[in-house]
Design a binder for this molecule. Structure first.
Ligand SMILES: *Cc1c(COP(=O)(O)O)cnc(C)c1O
Length: 356
């Protein structure tokens, strides 16, 4: 099926940033995509317009009860000069899973991908080309009905904005220090932890602030019921290598099902590295450290791909992992994923979608 969207070109193209000014999520491209939803009519009026502020009624429901979902993905310029997306259909499938949890009407995933491709094509020159830079893509949906009653909104907007971003590891991959959080939780079973929705991030800020004050980069989240089982690290999924086996918490309803996580699992299995998805208690991790079998730990997500953990602090004690250096498995996974994303390695998994 082909979709046609109205395109309004910008009359004042913005200056594109120099590579050393990229950062993350501060600069936006010339255009954005908007799709409206009205109850009874469905999703309608998909259009590409110049990047601009949106006008909303102060009573728009998203401002009051947080009915909103988002996605995070990237476009890359490959070594062959092509524009590549990484498993984008998975992002729109996940967006719909988040929609279902937040009582937001589902979108046509094919339409969303087609809209994204057209937007990326139009703003192609905004994709930075320096090593390990990319175009970060942020699709999101907000409840726009002006109404203060607590109920699902009857109106929504689906919007895609894009931001050229610098290399996450401009100074090399440095393992980070992580504080295991015992007071605050990110999500609970039955809550919204597996949806990418704003409230999860708003409620995580406090623990992040405490961790930062103590000199830690992120929070390691334990489960919200027993405060014992490892869930995620910051807003990334988490992996450990214990005695040669790579383990990651099984998806349990409160963990966000990362596309990077899924990709890592596939790469590990293809390389015949033993891997397990199961419950992992913090006690087990500390025990493994004491026995010298905790060999690696790292977070995974679209923004950084891999973030090695060099140190964990739990109940006042610091546990250094792999001498604070990136481990072999983390390096292999980082090289494999980025290799495929930038077209340096053959995509044997058929993950990339080339935008033509
Ligand atoms: C987005 C996100 C992830 C990582 O998902 P990817 O698809 O790998 O980018 C992990 N945890 C949380 C809480 C997230 O929001």
């Amino acid at each position: 099926m082909t979709y046609t969207f109205k395109i309004e070109h910008t009359r004042i193209p913005k200056q594109k940033p120099a590579t050393d000014q990229l950062g993350f999520g501060k600069i936006f491209t010339d255009h954005m995509f908007i799709l409206d939803y009205t109850e009874g009519q469905g999703w309608h009026d998909g259009r590409i317009v110049p990047y601009q502020p949106i006008l909303l009624d102060p009573s728009a429901m998203v401002f009051h009860y947080g009915q909103t979902v988002f996605e995070g993905m990237k476009a890359y310029i490959t070594v062959n000069g092509e524009v590549s997306l990484f498993r984008p259909e998975r992002n729109f499938a996940r967006l719909n899973a988040s929609n279902a949890r937040l009582c937001i009407p589902t979108i046509d995933e094919e339409l969303a991908l087609e809209a994204l491709k057209q937007l990326v094509k139009l703003d192609r020159d905004w994709i930075p080309t320096a090593e390990n830079t990319s175009l970060y893509i942020r699709p999101f949906i907000i409840a726009t009905e002006p109404y203060l009653g607590v109920s699902p909104s009857k109106k929504y907007q689906f919007i895609i904005i894009m931001s050229p971003v610098g290399s996450y590891y401009a100074e090399g991959i440095n393992p980070v220090k992580i504080l295991v959080e015992k007071q605050y939780v990110r999500a609970v079973a039955g809550g919204t932890g597996e949806a990418k929705t704003g409230g999860n991030y708003a409620s995580s800020l406090k623990a992040q602030e405490v961790a930062a004050k103590e000199g830690y980069a992120q929070t390691l989240w334990l489960d919200g019921r027993e405060n014992e089982y490892v869930e995620e690290v910051g807003s990334m999924n988490i992996f450990f290598k214990i005695n040669g086996t790579v383990v990651t918490p099984a998806l349990n309803g409160s963990i966000l099902p990362g596309i990077t996580r899924d990709s890592m699992l596939q790469v590990l299995r293809k390389h015949n590295i033993p891997v397990q998805e199961r419950r992992i208690s913090i006690t087990e991790i500390i025990e493994a450290h004491k026995q010298g079998t905790l060999e690696e730990s790292f977070g995974t997500g679209t923004a950084a791909v891999i973030s090695p953990i060099g140190q964990l602090k739990f109940e006042g004690t610091e546990y250094v992992i792999n001498n604070g250096e990136i481990g072999e498995v983390a390096q292999l996974l980082y090289d494999t994923l980025t290799g495929i994303q930038y077209g340096k390695l053959e995509d044997v998994y058929s993950w990339t979608v080339i935008v033509k």
